[in-house]
Design a protein around this ligand. Sequence first.
Ligand code: NDP
Ligand code: GDR
Length: 325
Amino acid sequence: MKRAFITGITGQDGSYLAELLLGKGYDVHGLVRRSSAMTRTRIDHLNNNPNLTLHYGDLTDGVALVNLVREIEPHEVYNLGAMSHVKVSFEMPDYTTSTNAIGTLHLLSAIRAAGIDCRFYQASTSEMFGSTPPPQNEDSKFHPRSPYGASKLQAHWTTVNYREAYGLFAVSGILFNHESPRRGENFVTRKITKAVAAIEEGIWDHVELGNLTAIRDWGFAPEYVEGMWRMLQADEPDDYVLATGVGHTVRDFCEAAFAHADLDWEKYVRYNESFERPSEVDALIGDSSKAHEKLGWKAQTTALDLARVMVDADREDLARLLNKG
Ligand code: NDP
Ligand code: GDR
């Protein structure tokens, strides 16, 4: 039985990856943080699975990671844990760097110290390309525009260095935005789809957003975690871009989400400067032909389909809440 260790298992991607690996018969171990309130709603439905074990820890606690990796002896490690909000990273640059960059170093060092034969996946991001114009692929120049992007770039190069220096099977998946009904509520897509459901129900009368002109390449998260797994099953470790190859503005996404509820987005979306970033990433559109060629991976769901799926999921969530009340 293969053993996998997932950091960030309580997040959007971690929850889908845990489902995927459990479905493939893996023994799955996840890192969870202690907090005063439980933050495990995305994996609650996996609670009784005998092949899932959760361990307390934190990417900023290197000693805990050394002990955990030694105890679990995983065959595959997926490092998805991160302070993942770009805007928040400007308010918390130090913590963002500790978690995302130094945390990755801690985990790679823990694998080395344990002396185990283990494959490593690093959750890298299109934010590392920053101001480099699209389309971006594995050879595009990196120019991050936020503490988040910079911290992820350090983690990316640390991963590449552990591959080159120590022969570790370490891969960096450079993933473009991917969303789902499990997306955190303060990322723009989910913020919009949640607002559509609440406005349609007459609970909210508007939603406030920042920059509507930014272009993003939005795909569907479950398809992207399948890509992560494929990267670790390849014959050789390498880095891959995962993306749909199609870009839309935030405005396009708004229009599609509101139109799905027969609403005119312009009547309900108001501008609020406080959601702008000190330096913005204008356009990210990925070229994932390498992943297609070498891993047989291709995105299936389009951004505008995703907008409709997410609105429907938020409608159902809200209906459940209202029925309870
Ligand atoms: P989420 O924000 O949904 O989840 C982040 C996870 O990291 C949560 O489980 C969170 O735990 C955990 N975490 C945060 N800080 C720490 C810490 N100090 N120690 C241990 N765990 C921590 O992110 P996603 O699922 O969307 O993304 C997964 C990864 O992929 C992240 O690394 C993200 O940066 C990267 N990425 C995401 C993309 C996307 O579009 N979704 C695109 C490219 C890269 P808790 O629940 O306790 O907060
Ligand atoms: P991003 O996602 O920064 O691309 O990072 P986010 O959804 O936060 O922003 C996308 C674009 O929308 C604009 N925007 C707003 N964003 C938020 N969050 N809230 C708003 O009100 C708002 N109004 C406009 C932003 O300025 C931006 O241009 C995500 C994260 O998952 C990262 O962890 C991941 O690495 C990248 O995607 C790829």
